[in-house]
Design a protein. Structure first.
Length: 281
């Protein structure tokens, strides 16, 4: 039994496997997404639940399966053997694409999905308060990072839980790698990890820098989203894992879009939701 109290355990329940379907509703590939709750800009009493992933995961498909845990009967704890499989079919109206075409991010507003599944669905979500702004002193090259996802569709199938992996920041995160809002991590990033959230342990980072750790504070920051893995002589085409399998010589480097790029994407999603709400009223 798991009672997810630690942040690391809660990441397991805020990270979802995105199963992309063909026209016959058969799984053809998979990607990773994670849930974020955001407030309306002009009304903080209203909020959205967004499933954030890469554009290349969400944009080319209009049918996906999203798999959630159920709650145990008469409990607020997750059941690790009972799941909801929700098919989102034709979700273009809920899809938002990052306004910068160079930034491979997108999200689906799944607030209605959560409402449909009702109080028996179990999930966790991130909030913008833990997004890095990249002014943090702890953000430095060589720092350890962790990320959750479904590399090559590997995951705990019995309990529907993603795999947690780790690496280090390989390019200086305060610089834009190759002039883009991204940085590189030294980690075995495989296809299927597209859309994985990347976190920095602030207290460990402070220790590594020889800083004095003051106060408790929140120990983890979301610093980016995995978008692609590098292969010998090239960067792999940023595609979700094809379930048929593709052999590539991965060199152990992954490309990550900075968490600051989420601001414009989230604003797009909020504006779209507000416009839809105005049109319905």
């Amino acid at each position: 039994m798991i009672n997810p109290k630690s942040f690391l355990e809660q990441i397991l329940f805020s990270t979802l496997r995105i199963e992309l379907l063909d026209n016959a509703n058969n799984p053809q590939s998979i990607g990773t997404g994670f849930l974020v709750r955001v407030n309306f800009l002009d009304d903080p009493t209203k909020n959205l639940i967004l499933l954030i992933s890469n554009k290349h995961v969400l944009e080319k498909n209009n049918k996906v399966n999203l798999i959630f845990h159920k709650k145990k009967q008469n409990s607020d704890l997750p059941s690790l053997k009972d799941f909801f499989i929700f098919r989102a079919d034709g979700y273009e109206g809920a899809l938002s694409i990052h306004p910068d075409p160079k930034i491979d991010l997108a999200c689906i507003n799944i607030s209605n999905v959560i409402s449909q599944l009702g109080p028996q669905v179990y999930f966790k979500f991130l909030e913008k308060t833990i997004f890095a702004n990249f002014n943090e002193a702890e953000l430095d090259v060589g720092q350890k990072v962790i990320f959750a996802g479904y590399p090559n569709d590997r995951y705990d199938q019995k309990h529907n839980l993603p795999i947690m992996r780790s690496g280090i920041i390989a390019s200086h995160p305060k610089l834009d790698y190759n002039g883009e809002k991204q940085f590189i991590i030294d980690a075995q990033v495989f296809p299927g990890s597209s859309g994985s959230p990347v976190f920095l342990n602030m207290k460990e980072a402070q220790y590594n820098r020889g800083q004095i750790i003051l106060g408790e504070g929140f120990p983890y920051l979301l610093i980016g989203i995995v978008a692609a893995t590098m292969i010998r002589n090239n960067i792999i085409e940023p595609l979700p894992t094809n379930l048929l399998g593709v052999s590539q010589e991965i060199i152990g480097l992954g490309l990550v879009f900075k968490a600051t790029t989420l601001d414009d994407l989230i604003n797009e999603a909020i504006k779209k939701a507000q416009d839809n709400e105005a049109n319905e009223s």
